[in-house]
Write a protein that binds this ligand. Structure first.
Ligand SMILES: CC(C)(COP(=O)(O)OP(=O)(O)OC[C@H]1O[C@@H](n2cnc3c(N)ncnc32)[C@H](O)[C@@H]1OP(=O)(O)O)[C@@H](O)C(=O)NCCC(=O)NCCS
Length: 137
């Protein structure tokens, strides 16, 4: 699928994803700064990936891990610094939430400090207690 907004293109086509740029974008974040390029590539292979392009150059990314029926985990949401504050994050989230394979899913996410960004889309506290187990590396 793809969506257009002015000079921006958003696509879920894996072939349009620019791996080196996505790796650099993720390395600029607080949560994936240490993620190896191999781990990033493998994670993309098993996700529904959203690539945001401006004049053919990737400037944003998000991915969803999902069974495409009941549950989805939204993660790795990032817009290149030079393009922030123009409503692109909002547009990215709007398109993701409209995606036909995600419409019936409960969507989970975790954030350190962007709660207000997600609240505008109806995200709130879990109904039950959510637990997590981190890998022992
Ligand atoms: C968070 C991020 C994706 C938002 O993208 P953006 O294109 O700058 O956001 P928008 O311009 O669409 O802003 C939409 C709204 O969210 C707010 N917002 C933006 N970033 C926010 C943040 N980090 N925390 C809370 N609110 C935020 C904006 O003020 C704006 O509010 P408004 O509608 O009341 O004016 C982007 O700032 C980013 O990539 N940050 C670094 C990575 C990150 O923290 N990702 C989220 C991890 S969970």
């Amino acid at each position: 699928m793809e969506w257009r907004h002015e000079a921006y293109l958003l696509t879920d086509e894996r072939e349009r994803l620019q791996l080196d740029t996505v790796t650099a974008l993720l390395h600029s974040t607080y949560w994936a700064a240490d993620r190896s390029p191999e781990t990033i590539a493998r994670s993309l292979d098993h996700s529904l990936n959203f690539s945001l392009l401006h004049d053919g150059q990737q400037i944003g990314f998000a991915r969803v891990v999902t069974d495409r029926a009941t549950v989805a985990y939204l993660c790795d949401v990032v817009i290149a610094e030079a393009h922030r504050g123009r409503g692109l994050g909002k547009w990215l989230l709007t398109c993701i939430l409209e995606h036909p394979e995600l419409r019936g899913c409960r969507i989970d996410l975790v954030t350190k400090d962007a709660q207000d960004f997600y609240r505008a889309f109806g995200f709130g506290p879990h109904k039950y207690t959510n637990l997590v187990r981190y890998p022992k590396l």
